[in-house]
Design a protein around this ligand. Structure first.
Ligand SMILES: [Zn+2]
Length: 332
């Protein structure tokens, strides 16, 4: 394995700012020493205790090396695995091209343009984009809101883009669903914390908003919500210390939905025009790509490659989630 930093302790002891500076230089550094995405994933995996990809056990022992990579054995279930098992680079071919693939993605290139520039096939280009953006889903857990919080419903067209139907019955079923809308709850606070959360079809329900408030909005916040029936039914007495303001469109100033409304329309345009729509089963992955791009990336390609690589390497179970999404026909 190529040594990206002199020692793992050095990597682990970096403060937040130092780590960000390191990530901003990472692409240049990795090119200099000819390291690839699997090398970085290995370093990242070593910064936390090994975890069994099969049963989540931490009861793990080292079990020799294979192709210069450490092999581990789970004492609970007997599964043998490596640092990259189950991550976004698991079982990947042409691993040396992944870093430049991330660069092309961040430059806003289409699947086809990424494939041509990096030298991979179109199906591989699709697979790699989804390997990467599936990892971003786990960042939902890190997002919380405080202060003035805006929350509103966003409806997107239901889609099964790319699906091949086996028979007429499947196609008829799908056509019925295509007339439906996918309901998303779009939330942002004034510090830039943002999350779009995809729920079911037709509309966001009262209980879903209440769950978001319970899980993610801190006490003493002021919540500005859209003026629709489900939102007006919110049980405010369950929501301690949160003041809820129902927006009636004409309001502006401090308690308004102006920021989230702007993001709703940019996101819709991004999905419908840049990607010409995405299959609903993948929509939450694209949502997280949008969230990450606005919250964690700098819109400076070189620095963002390191940041994106680091985010993608943080999810040890990404490959399983990606595989699950590839295999299911639809999520509703
Ligand atoms: Zn196990």
């Amino acid at each position: 394995m190529k040594t990206i930093v002199n020692d793992l302790e050095g990597y682990l002891s970096m403060g937040k700012q130092e780590h960000l500076l390191f990530l901003d230089q990472l692409y240049i550094l990795m090119n200099k020493i000819n390291a690839d995405a699997v090398d970085y994933q290995t370093l990242k995996a070593k910064s936390t205790p090994p975890l069994c990809p099969e049963c989540d056990s931490r009861h793990i022992v080292k079990n020799g090396t294979q192709n210069n990579q450490q092999v581990y054995l789970c004492k609970e279930c007997g599964r043998s695995f490596r640092d990259s098992t189950g991550t976004f680079v698991y079982k990947i071919h042409k691993r040396e091209k992944m870093l430049d693939y991330i660069r092309c993605m961040l430059e806003g290139k289409t699947l086809r343009a990424c494939a041509a520039e990096v030298g991979i096939s179109l199906p591989t280009s699709f697979a790699w984009r989804h390997r990467i953006i599936t990892t971003l889903r786990s960042f939902e857990d890190n997002i919380n809101f405080f202060g003035v919080v805006e929350s509103d419903e966003l409806l997107m067209q239901y889609s099964e883009k790319g699906r091949k139907y086996k028979n007429i019955k499947e196609r008829i079923e799908a056509n019925k669903k295509k007339k439906k809308k996918v309901a998303i709850l779009a939330t942002q606070d004034r510090s830039g914390n943002m999350l779009f959360k995809q729920f079911g079809l037709d509309k966001v329900k009262r209980v879903e908003v209440e769950q978001l408030l319970k899980d993610k909005v801190s006490g003493n916040s002021v919540l500005c919500i859209g003026n629709n029936v489900e939102f007006r039914k919110l049980r405010t007495n369950d929501l301690k210390k949160q003041q809820i303001i129902v927006n009636n469109d004409r309001q502006d100033g401090l308690y308004s939905l102006s920021i989230i409304q702007k993001h709703k329309s940019i996101f819709k345009y991004w999905i419908n025009n840049k990607f010409r729509g995405v299959a609903t089963k993948y929509l939450q992955s694209y949502i997280m790509w949008y969230v990450i791009a606005h919250k964690y990336l700098l819109k400076q390609t070189i620095a963002d490659i390191g940041r994106m690589l680091n985010l993608a390497s943080s999810d040890r179970r990404a490959w399983y989630k990606y595989k699950y999404l590839r295999e299911i026909k639809a999520i509703f």
